[in-house]
Design a protein around this ligand. Structure first.
Ligand SMILES: [Zn+2]
Length: 231
């Protein structure tokens, strides 16, 4: 793996929503207008949005950023993708491979949200969006037996590889749930990068199976967005 002294900010989004769309209590959305401003800032500030595949190949530009989306909501295609294309940005989307809707959220009273379909995934893959694993059923891996955890992790990898006919190298831990057993399974399944939420070292290259992200919230203002990406 290429070493560099540069740190790489990794941003975490879930849904990108338009003004009148239903949003849940968990506040996993960012409004389209704010997302546009954030991407516009990254462009003006000279950031290049890259993927884990770029890093694996040693393609690391001077001012890199990784834009990630968890779960694979249909609004990522409908609302975020046009903005990404406008700015020429790549991104990484972590897919829950066996669900058509956010069943884990619905069970907690969240509104039902569609996940992307195969056509959307194929089109985004052709553009250069990287797809990573996020289990088959959005399970908290810490609550499963090691066998069950292995099935979830290996299964989502096989699902995406079959869909896209390429090797999948990145995995995001659902709910940020992580321990040494889970990391071991992710490694054994052939992933090269394990992406957490708010755990792991501040520097990207210190532990590539615990890559910390900076979550962007619905009320993240530009001031704090700039601070997050420039830290
Ligand atoms: Zn998730």
């Amino acid at each position: 793996m290429p070493m560099t002294t540069t740190n790489i900010p990794v941003l975490l989004y879930h849904r990108i929503v338009k003004k009148n769309e239903s949003i849940g209590r968990h506040k996993i959305h960012v409004f389209e207008k704010n997302f546009y401003k954030q991407m516009s800032y990254l462009k003006k500030a000279g950031f290049t949005a890259i993927t884990f595949e770029d890093i694996a190949k040693g393609n690391i530009p001077e001012k890199p950023v990784i834009i990630t989306f968890d779960d694979g909501y249909e609004d990522n295609y409908r609302t975020a993708f046009p903005v990404l294309k406008e700015f020429g940005f790549k991104a990484v989307i972590f897919l829950v491979t066996r669900l058509k809707r956010n069943e884990w959220g619905i069970a907690e009273g969240e509104p039902a949200i569609d996940m992307m379909n195969d056509e959307m995934i194929t089109e985004m893959n052709q553009y250069g969006i990287e797809f990573g694993g996020h289990t088959m059923y959005h399970k908290d891996l810490k609550k499963l037996s090691l066998d069950e955890a292995h099935n979830e992790i290996a299964g989502c990898k096989a699902d995406i590889e079959e869909k896209l006919h390429k090797k999948i190298i990145s995995f995001a831990y659902p709910f940020g749930a992580i321990n040494s057993n889970i990391i071991k399974i992710v490694t054994e399944c052939g992933f090269e990068y394990g992406i957490s939420t708010n755990t792991g070292p501040e520097n990207f290259f210190e532990d590539v199976f615990q890559i910390r992200r900076k979550e962007i919230h619905p009320h993240t203002r530009m001031f704090s967005f700039r601070r997050k990406v420039n830290k």
